[in-house]
Structures are given as structure tokens and as C-alpha cells.
Design a protein around this ligand. Sequence first.
Ligand SMILES: [Mn+2]
Length: 293
Amino acid sequence: MIGAPLDLGQGRRGVDMGPSAIRYAELEQHLIEKLGIKVEDAGNVHAPIPESAVVGDDRARFLPQILELCDRVAKLVVDARRVGATPLVLGGDHSIALGTLVGMANAHGPGGVVWIDAHGDLNTPESSPSGNVHGMVLAAALGLGGPEFAREGWTLPAVEAGRISLVGVRSLDAGERELLDRIDARVFTMSEIDRVGIESCMREALAHASGPNFVHVSLDMDVVDPEYAPGVGTPVRGGLSYREAHLAMEIVAESGLADSLDVVEVNPVLDRENATAKLAVELVASALGARIL
Ligand SMILES: [Mn+2]
């Protein structure tokens, strides 16, 4: 378990408290007592705060500080893989997933990813309407974010272009649609999930991401409908229901494919009685094998 209390990748304060909220909702106890999983909490990596950091380039705000933090996450992920552990990274905004993916790629070579998110996170500094890096992280992991994302010692692309699955998407920018035309991604929009069901969508998403080196599952809590997950920075109506979110994670566990996980964008400032962090704990537990029976 690695905490990444970063909020420089988006515009609102609060997601920096995500790791605390998730720990306070008793993630560790859940995993140990209910699932018998051995957990080691590596604590939080150092994260600068926006009030004392330099914004830098408006097209990719706080990018140098974000990459520094991702590098710290990546090193802990490599350490975890060395001892055969499953890295579970707690955000923080979604930028931290670049650290997880680079760490996995440094340890094993480029892999596949199932990106469970209301958004595509496939912008670049050129295409981004906001300059928020959390909306660029998947493009960056593909090596398509531009030269500003390159760093010494980083394996980029960290993800193979033919092994990306997006699940739960309902908000894409024009630049993201263009990028999707150029890569072989499987995109399961909410519309497709409505039509064919979350079960077959998740099975196909995992199959598309599977292959050599690793499969990473990245869970942005904003994929869940704001009715169940109100404490996220960028809520979009029409998301996964409580049961659909659980079933998606149960299928992750059943597949046995996930080598690493992250859960991101929990914002306690916008939450109701820590409901979103509690749901994050439940969903992580489902992804790691919690069952009803
Ligand atoms: Mn996201």
C-alpha cells in the first residue's frame, strides 16, 4: 500500500486527503481481517502543495512536481514487485497512476491497463482544455504526452497501445477522440455498458489488456455515479451503479489478471460522511477477492 497524496494534477483542493480518508475507512483492516491478505503500508510519498509550488507551464500545470512525485511512487512500486507484492497505490488525483505504470514497466517492461473512469485521461499539453495533468496521464503512459513527460530511468511507453481498455467513459474531449482513433483501445462507454452489461464489458476489457509483463487496473472513483460516490473532483452523472462497480471489481478478482491496482480521486472535502472512501475500500476488497458467499 502506497499513499500518493497529490492534488496538483487537477483544480480543486481535497484529493490530497484521499489516502487518509481511505485508510480511515479501514482499508488495511478490511484486507487483513476479511481477506487474510498480508498488508504492508509504505506510508505516503512526499507531495508538494499548490500554495507553495510554481504552476509553470499553463498547458500542463505543476508538471515537474507531478513527475517528481510519480518517480517516488514508481520506485516504491519497483520495490514492491521485487518482493513479489501487489502494489496498491492510493490517490491523490489520477496523475499518480503514471508513477504506478512507470514502476510496473520499469520492473517488467510495458504492459496493459484497464482504465475504469468517467473520463479518457488521454489529453496532451496541446489538446487539454484545462492544463490539468490528471487528464493527460493515460496519453503520457502511452508515450504520447510529448517530450515534457520523458524522464531519465523511465520506461515509456509504459503501456502498449494495443492493450488499453477504457471502462465507464461518458465524457471525452475532442483531442481525446482523435487520439483514440490512432490507438487500438477498447472503449466501453456507459452506453455500451447499459446495452450489454458490465459483466461482458469487464471480461472483454481484461482480455484486451492481458498479455506479457503486467496488467494494471486503475480505478478512478468518478466512474461510479455521483449518487454513490459524491466525493470526487470531477463528478459526471450517469455512472456505474453501486452493484455494477462491485461486479466490475469482482470480475477483476475472478480473472486473476491484475498485477497492480490504484484507486484515485477520492475527495473528502466534497464527500458525505466519508462515503466515497468507504466505497473505495469495498471496491478494492472486491478487486482483491472479497465475495458475498
Ligand atoms: Mn481519471
